[in-house]
Design a binder for this molecule. Structure first.
Ligand code: CA
Length: 60
């Protein structure tokens, strides 16, 4: 069994191939389209869970 990793993507990725299709996606299709930034009809891990880069501060 795979441990849950913080939520939606892992759960929706029913076959575990690292991509969530529209059929697999549990949310509203509008939301899917927002997440599907490259418009290929599947959500990659990156698209579903964008990296937490918001408060990036230069650390040098
Ligand atoms: Ca995509």
């Amino acid at each position: 069994m795979r441990p849950p990793k913080g939520g939606g993507f892992e759960k929706d990725d029913a076959d575990g191939d690292g991509q969530v299709t529209k059929e697999e996606f549990s949310g509203p299709s509008e939301h899917f389209e927002q997440l599907d930034r490259n418009g290929d009809g599947v959500l990659s891990r990156d698209e579903a869970k964008p990296p937490q880069g918001k408060g990036q501060r230069p650390s040098r």
